[in-house]
Design a binder for this molecule. Sequence first.
Ligand code: SF4
Length: 331
Amino acid sequence: MCATAGVASETKPFHPSAKCCTYVPELPNYLVGAALAEESSPNGHLSLEIRIRHQTAVTPLGVGVVPMLRLAYEAVAEQAFGASDALRCPHYDESGAGSCGIWKHRNAECATWFCRHVRGRIGAELWAALRAFLKAVEAALSAWAALEAGLPSRELLRCLAYRRLAAAERLSVELVRGWDGTRSELWGTLAGREREFFASTAAKVRPLSLTDVLEVCGAEGRAAAEGVRLAFAQTACTDLPSRLRLAPLRVLSTDGLVATVATYGRFDTLGIATDLLHALLAGGPLALADAVRLAGRDDSVRGLAAVRMLVDHGVLVESHADPRTTPIGRT
Ligand code: SF4
């Protein structure tokens, strides 16, 4: 994703010293505790200790992001994600090969985000389902671990209220005003013992089995886990629709022989031979066999692989129109 000399890129190249780590993760308490106990990563400790010392959005539920800063980030992320080291994650370890300082204990977002996916849209849907599951786990388990580690219920309820405020998607007076309580309202008598508390939450979570975790997460976690199972089953499915049509298409560039088109994902472009693209554009809805013939010419194996690639990337989609009776160009 970074710029390579002599190689044109259709998407804005990633900055080599930030890459996709142009993001500040919200870390649930037990991951903070686990990362702080990780001896192999001193730089990870340091970045976490700085966040804890600054006490910005540090609650017994974990280390978060100040809501106003998160909204500011979201406003510029479309242009600056991957491209500006000004947005670099505080846990990005510049001293080594440019890697994550808390890798083993990164959060759901960091563990499941990829710029490109095997099988395109189908792969992306699997990772999105896993992300939703892990986020449900993080939300439920951090509250459970906080109680288990000794946070009184009254403080936990305030922390949950703060978390709802921090997750707001739109600006509001409440959000601009921010949390107007004191640190002790969130931490109670645990204020000043954050490191010890985070270590304790990690110790509570570490021995849990998946069954234990699902029990803590309740119905939402179990439903999200089922979503992962279904999305995973989909990755093994190689069926193709019997009728296909081109999805609305955005051609990013062409050199005359190959057109680069946008697909399901912002960073996953696809190169298509222009003669194939013209044939698909001219032909209207197609029977699968015709699409395979067009894509592979006389090579049906190649044609099938190409059609599968186009379907997986959302360039060809199922058509409910009859290819024999629909006028050319209509779906
Ligand atoms: S926590 Fe690690 S993987 Fe996530 S954005 Fe930061 S450096 Fe990158």
